[in-house]
Design a protein around this ligand. Structure first.
Ligand SMILES: O=C(O)CCC(=O)C(=O)O
Length: 284
């Protein structure tokens, strides 16, 4: 038995490279994530108003629709499609270090020496917006120093997701454990698998509820389905790694989040913030 998962779940993850952990994200953690995203959405829309693209910030529209309505009314301006830097703050630190998420990371990494990897994203996926539809890729294509180092990704939707509103697909049964060359997807520009490498994958759609977490390792191919509904699909994706063999790419903007061997090594929000000092707002 792990801290939060049972043996069967941990075995499944080790064998298959992914795990759908049902009901693992408690309401207070989801509320933190939602607050962070509402703030980001508010700021983004305020930026469009300030730039003269929009006269009304549309604050009366609900969270699942507002950003899409404002984006369309503003003339579909460019914005950071997978925000990271602009999420950094005390609430994001609390979310990343929520005990339930650290327990999950501890169980799947197999150690209480847990670091937050510095690459995490929010994903506002607007209706019919192809440039946010993530193609087949392996996360380690974005940080090749993790080719042979376990980096755990945790994908957390804020509402129910299915094939209509951009749930993720994993390449179930894929056991090759190789890191493919990354190529830029023609449609979205995202880095991902070449057409040839995608050919033999069979995608398993993972339908999820708010509170569920989809976990996968750095080599597991996955993609998002398009959003063909009229509401926004909100999600966060986080990454964790074992501190003793943490990658350079992870440590750069990451931090030690839990340690039994050396509790004093856990880094505070203020220590984490310093690592972002050179990265301007609006960047990754
Ligand atoms: O949220 C998405 O659309 C894609 C997420 C993803 O691919 C990831 O977290 O690695």
């Amino acid at each position: 038995m792990g801290k939060i998962l049972d043996h069967d779940q941990i075995d499944f993850y080790r064998r298959e490279g992914y795990l759908l952990a049902k009901g693992i994200v408690p309401p207070d953690a989801l509320a933190l994530a939602r607050g962070i995203l509402e703030q980001w959405s508010d700021n983004t829309i305020a930026g469009w108003v300030k730039a003269g693209l929009l006269s009304n910030p549309m604050a009366e529209i609900d969270f699942q629709r507002r950003l899409a309505a404002a984006w369309n009314a503003a003339g579909r301006p460019h914005y950071v499609r997978s925000p990271r830097r602009d999420l950094v703050g005390p609430a994001m630190y609390r979310f990343l270090t929520h005990p339930a998420l650290l327990d999950l990371a501890q169980d799947l990494l197999g150690t209480p020496e847990v670091s937050v990897h510095g690459i995490f994203n929010a994903r506002p996926k607007l209706p019919d917006q192809n440039w946010t539809t993530t193609p087949w890729h392996q996360d380690a294509q974005y940080y090749r120093d993790a080719e042979n180092v376990h980096v755990l990704s945790i994908w957390i939707p804020l509402q129910h997701v299915n094939e209509s509103n951009s749930c993720l697909q994993v390449a179930a049964g894929w056991k090759q454990n190789v890191l493919y060359e990354g190529v830029n997807d023609e449609e979205s520009g995202f880095l991902g698998l070449s057409k040839k490498d995608r050919e033999n994958l069979s995608g398993l759609s993972i339908e999820m509820d708010a509170g569920d977490a989809l976990c996968f390792n750095q080599l597991m191919p996955h993609r998002a389905m398009p959003n063909s509904t009229d509401t926004i699909r909100w999600s966060m994706d986080l990454r964790y790694e074992a501190t003793p063999n943490a990658t350079e790419s992870g440590r750069k903007q990451g931090f030690v989040a839990r340690s039994e061997a050396d509790p004093a090594s856990v880094e505070t929000f203020e220590q984490w913030l310093v690592k972002w000092a050179a990265i301007p707002a609006g960047q990754y």
